[in-house]
Design a protein around this ligand. Structure first.
Ligand code: GDG
Length: 472
C-alpha cells in the first residue's frame, strides 16, 4: 500500500461492516450489516480518516480494498478450511464457551489453534500495512487476541488499542486454555486493553499476574521491556438517536399497535430478542414462562411471549443442539396452552429489519434479558432507548455487563427458575408509577452513556497512551 493510501486510524475486526448482496441480475453491491460492533463503530468511522480491516463474510473471496458508505474497507481472504478452524472452531467453539463460563464445553484442537495463529498474523500484517506513521490501530474482540502483539512487532511506532466485547473469565477457568500464556502475550501487545466490566479487567490482570508474573499497579501492567499497557473497563453502549427517532415515527408506532392486535390484544406482551445462542438463557426464560402458565398464574389470553431468536453460528454443533432443544420446549408449551385465538409463545427464528425490532420494543410491556453470561447486552439498552413514554419493565440478568449500569431493572439470577418466575410476575404486575420511576432512571443512564461516550473515552485513553509514547 502506498504511503498516501495509509490511514491515520485503522479498525481491525473479524468482519467488515458490510455484507455482499447479489441482485437477481447478477449486480453486486455492499450493504451495511446489522450487529453490535458495526452499530457501535459506524458513527465514529465516518468522522475520522479511517480504514477497516476485516473478512467479507464469504469463503475464498480475494478482493481489493474499496470504499463503501464513506468507509475505506480492506478485505481479508479466508479459505473454507480457515473459516471452519479459526472462526467456527477456535473462536466460536473454544474461546466463546470458555470465556462464557463454560456454559457449553469448550473444544480444544491443536489444528484450530494453528489456524488461529495464522489468520491473526494475516490480519496483523494487513493492519500494519494500512496504518500511517505514528497512527492508531484499534483491534476488536476475541477472534483477534494475538493481533496486538503481532502488530506491535511489525509497527512499534503505532499506538494499539484492543477492545474485548465478551467476558474475560476467572483464572480458574481461563487456566484450562492450553495456549493461555500465548493469548496473554498477544493481548499485552496493545497500549490500551479495554473490557466491558471492571470484573473482566480484574480477571485479566489476575491471569497476567499469576501466569506471567508481571507487576500490576493501578490498572497498568509493567513488562520487562518497559512497555506498560493500561487495562480498564469501557462499558460499550448504543447509538441512541436512531432508536429514539424510530420510536417516535407514526408508522412504527402504528406497527407496534398492529403487532398487539395480531397477537389478540393481550394485556401484557413479553419480549425476548437474542441471537440463538446458549449464553442468552433462552431455555431458562421459556421454562419459567411455561411453568407460570402451567400453574395458572397467567393465561395465554392475558400474557403472550414473543421470542425473536435470530439465526446464529448454524454450523457449530452446540448451536444445532440448542435450536432443537428450544424448539421442542416451545412446541410443547404451545401445544399445551395455545387456543385457536391466542398463542403462548410466538417464536420467530428470523432476523428482522431495525424498524420491526423497534416496533417490537414498543409493543413489549416486559423485556426479558436472561443471559447466563453476556459481555454487555445491547438489547437491554435498545429497549430502554425506545421507551420515551417511560413505560415498560426490563427484567435483567445480573450476569450481563449491562446489569452493572442498569440498576433500576428487575434484577434476576436466571439459573434460579423460581426467582425468574417471581421477577417476570413483578414486571407483569408493576404499577405504571413504578414503571415510570424506574424507566426514567434507566433512560437517563443509557442516553448519557451512549456509544459516543464509549468510543470517546477509549480514544482518549489511546491518545494519552500515544502522548506517553512520544515522551518516552
Ligand atoms: C456481543 C457480545 C456485547 C439481534 N437480532 C436482530 C438484531 N439484533 C441486534 C440487536 C443488538 C445486536 O444484534 C446484539 O447485540 P448484543 O449485545 O445483545 O449481543 P451479541 O450479539 O452477543 O454481541 C455482547 C456486544 O457484542 C457489543 O459489545 O454487548 O455482550 O456478546 O443490537 O438489536 N438486529 C436486527 N434484526 C434482528 O433480527 N436488525
Amino acid at each position: 500500500m502506498s504511503r498516501s493510501e495509509q490511514a491515520e486510524f485503522v479498525v481491525v475486526a473479524n468482519r467488515l461492516p458490510v455484507d455482499r448482496v447479489v441482485a437477481p441480475d447478477g449486480e453486486e453491491s455492499w450493504r451495511t450489516s446489522p450487529g453490535g460492533l458495526v452499530a457501535a463503530l459506524e458513527p465514529m468511522m465516518r468522522r475520522v480518516d479511517g480504514a477497516w480491516v476485516g473478512w467479507a463474510g464469504q469463503p475464498d473471496l480475494e478482493l481489493a480494498p474499496f470504499t463503501a458508505d464513506g468507509i475505506r474497507l480492506i478485505p481479508i481472504a479466508l479459505s473454507a478450511e480457515e473459516i471452519a478452524e479459526y472462526y467456527e472452531g477456535f473462536s466460536n467453539d473454544t474461546i466463546w464457551p470458555l470465556y462464557h463460563d463454560v456454559i457449553a464445553p469448550p473444544q480444544y484442537h491443536r489444528e484450530w489453534w494453528d489456524a488461529y495463529v495464522r489468520v491473526n498474523r494475516r490480519f496483523a500484517e494487513a493492519a500494519a500495512a494500512a496504518c500511517a506513521k505514528d497512527g492508531t490501530i484499534w483491534v476488536h474482540d476475541y477472534q483477534l487476541q494475538l493481533a496486538p502483539a503481532m502488530i506491535r512487532e511489525l509497527r512499534p511506532d503505532v499506538t494499539i488499542g484492543y477492545f474485548h466485547h465478551i467476558p474475560f473469565p476467572a483464572h480458574g477457568l481461563y487456566a484450562q486454555l492450553p495456549w493461555r500464556d500465548q493469548v496473554l502475550h498477544g493481548l499485552l501487545g496493545a497500549d490500551v486493553i479495554g473490557f466491558q466490566r471492571a470484573q473482566d479487567a480484574t480477571n485479566f490482570l489476575a491471569a497476567v499476574r499469576r501466569r506471567l508474573r508481571h507487576e500490576v499497579k493501578a490498572s497498568t501492567v509493567t513488562k520487562a521491556d518497559g512497555h506498560s499497557p493500561l487495562v480498564k473497563a469501557f462499558p460499550i453502549s448504543i447509538d441512541t438517536a436512531p432508536y429514539r427517532e424510530l420510536a417516535q415515527r407514526p408508522d412504527i408506532r402504528a406497527r407496534a399497535a398492529e403487532i398487539r392486535a395480531e397477537l389478540g390484544n393481550p394485556k401484557r406482551i413479553l419480549l425476548g430478542v437474542d441471537r440463538l445462542d446458549y449464553t442468552k438463557g433462552i431455555r431458562h426464560r421459556v421454562k419459567a414462562y411455561g411453568e407460570l402458565l402451567e400453574q395458572g398464574r397467567i393465561s395465554v389470553e392475558d400474557v403472550t411471549f414473543v421470542q425473536v431468536a435470530s439465526p446464529s453460528r448454524e454450523r457449530v454443533d452446540a448451536y444445532v443442539h440448542l435450536r432443537d432443544e428450544i424448539e421442542l420446549a416451545v412446541a410443547r408449551i404451545n401445544g399445551d396452552h395455545d387456543t385457536t385465538g391466542h398463542t403462548a409463545i410466538r417464536y420467530l427464528h428470523q432476523g428482522f429489519p431495525r424498524e420491526e425490532m423497534v416496533a417490537l420494543y414498543l409493543a413489549a410491556d416486559v423485556m426479558l434479558v436472561t443471559a447466563l453470561r453476556d459481555g454487555m447486552n445491547l438489547v437491554a439498552k435498545e429497549y430502554v432507548a425506545t421507551r420515551f413514554d417511560n413505560r415498560g419493565a426490563l427484567v435483567l440478568s445480573e450476569f450481563t455487563g449491562a446489569a452493572d449500569e442498569l440498576r433500576q431493572a428487575v434484577r434476576v439470577n436466571p439459573h434460579d427458575i423460581e426467582g425468574l418466575k417471581e421477577a417476570i410476575m413483578t414486571a407483569i404486575e408493576m404499577p405504571a408509577s413504578e414503571q415510570g420511576r424506574r424507566m426514567r432512571s434507566l433512560r437517563k443512564r443509557v442516553l448519557e452513556h451512549d456509544v459516543d461516550a464509549w468510543s470517546t473515552s477509549f480514544l482518549d485513553a489511546l491518545a494519552d497512551a500515544r502522548a506517553k509514547k512520544a515522551r518516552a
